[in-house]
Design a protein around this ligand. Structure first.
Ligand SMILES: Nc1ncnc2c1ncn2[C@@H]1O[C@H](COP(=O)(O)OP(=O)(O)O)[C@@H](O)[C@H]1O
Ligand SMILES: [Mg+2]
Length: 358
């Protein structure tokens, strides 16, 4: 029993004046009070224990949260690092694709430069002969004839300069194509750009595979004028679409030649009749420019149509395709606030249409 209650009980027991009945009543009351005190003490003790456990739990939770925060922070910086690495890798891929497409272009560029070079060589040869003649005429005192010859030489030199500039422009274009710095938008003759790449591609392919031939159809809208684009970037998109188109018709052509299935029954007709054709057109519709690159190759199966714009998706053998052309094209067109879409009939044709805002 509680000490204080014990003392009170002792005092009461010793009091001789107090009747036994009252002593009993007080003693019972004290015992009850003691019980209640014991219960309260027990409850207090329990609350105390709960409090302590809660404090410990709270501490543990705080520690756990702190650990989680640290983990998140680490994940975050790891993510930032991966993102940076991804960006660097992407830049490298873009450069790789540029170099790969430059490879596609080399044969075409060589062919394109050969023409002006031939002119320059021939005209300088002829001019030399004309100057020799002029000297003879001057010796004879025929100044009129000599002047005429001089005029011819001047004309020839103008032609030489013209073709020299043309070769210069081709080389500059090629260098621009491989430059890695991001370029600015500039007013561009889209028809000239498309036509340039079409010819480079065609001659490039012809130089590599002399058996290959294709009909080129072009339809350029003369009302387009100049449009504001990054010419190297849009040039790369067009180059890729045209390269893909030539690849598709060439594949179909080779299959028509080689596959026995094409040699029996009706397909023979089809094989003989197959005329590889690539059509390129531009058109101004309202405030949009549409550029279409169409081929009558094998088309794109429905099952892979969704995938062709994904990076690294390619159906070409290793070494022939990077699978990056269309994915980069998509990015470039998006960066120009445009659209690129494909219409295709399996086994028959594909058409890629670019829409650019004016
Ligand atoms: N004109 C086309 N005709 C048929 N299939 C095409 C055509 N253009 C693209 N494709 C398909 O899309 C795939 C991805 O093209 P692209 O991104 O340019 O990469 P790559 O040319 O390196 O394969 C090609 O491998 C091919 O399967
Ligand atoms: Mg491609």
């Amino acid at each position: 029993m509680n000490n204080h209650l014990q003392s009170i009980l002792a005092i009461i027991q010793q009091d001789e004046n107090l009747p036994a009945e009252q002593k009993n009543a007080i003693s019972n009351a004290l015992k009850d009070a003691n019980k209640e005190i014991e219960i309260l003490a027990f409850k207090l003790d329990r609350t105390e224990k709960v409090k302590r456990t809660t404090a410990i739990l709270l501490e543990e939770t705080i520690e756990e949260l702190e650990q989680k925060r640290k983990a998140i922070e680490e994940t975050n910086s790891a993510l930032t690092k991966s993102l940076e690495e991804l960006k660097a890798a992407q830049a490298q891929l873009i450069q790789a694709e540029k170099m790969a497409s430059l490879g596609e272009l080399t044969a075409g560029i060589a062919h394109e430069i050969q023409n002006p070079l031939n002119f320059v060589n021939n005209f300088s040869e002829v001019s030399k002969e004309l100057l020799d003649e002029m000297k003879t005429e001057l010796d004879l005192g025929n100044t009129v004839d000599a002047k005429e010859l001089a005029d011819d030489v001047i004309q020839n030199l103008e032609k030489i300069a013209h073709h020299g500039k043309r070769a210069d422009a081709i080389v500059k274009g090629m260098l621009q194509h491989s430059r890695s710095s991001s370029a600015e938008k500039e007013p561009t003759d889209i028809n000239a750009l498309v036509d340039e790449y079409l010819r480079l591609c065609y001659h490039g392919l012809r130089a590599k595979e002399s058996s290959f031939n294709a009909t080129l159809k072009t339809d350029y809208d003369k009302n387009i004028g100049l449009i504001n684009i990054i010419p190297q970037d849009i040039g790369r998109v067009i180059l890729n679409l045209i390269t893909n188109a030539f690849y598709a018709v060439n594949e179909k052509y080779k299959r028509c030649q080689a596959e026995p299935a094409y040699r029996t029954g009706r397909p023979v007709e089809a094989a003989l009749k197959y005329e590889p054709t690539v059509s390129v057109s531009t058109k101004k519709v309202g405030d949009k420019i549409m550029i279409s690159v169409k081929d009558n190759g094998n088309g794109i199966p429905e099952s892979i149509k969704e995938k062709i714009f994904q990076p690294f998706f390619t159906t070409k053998p290793t070494g022939q395709g990077t699978g990056l052309g269309l994915s980069l094209s998509y990015d470039i067109i998006k960066a120009h606030s445009g659209e690129i879409e494909v219409n295709t009939k399996e086994g028959e044709e594909s058409e890629f249409v670019i829409q650019l805002p004016v």
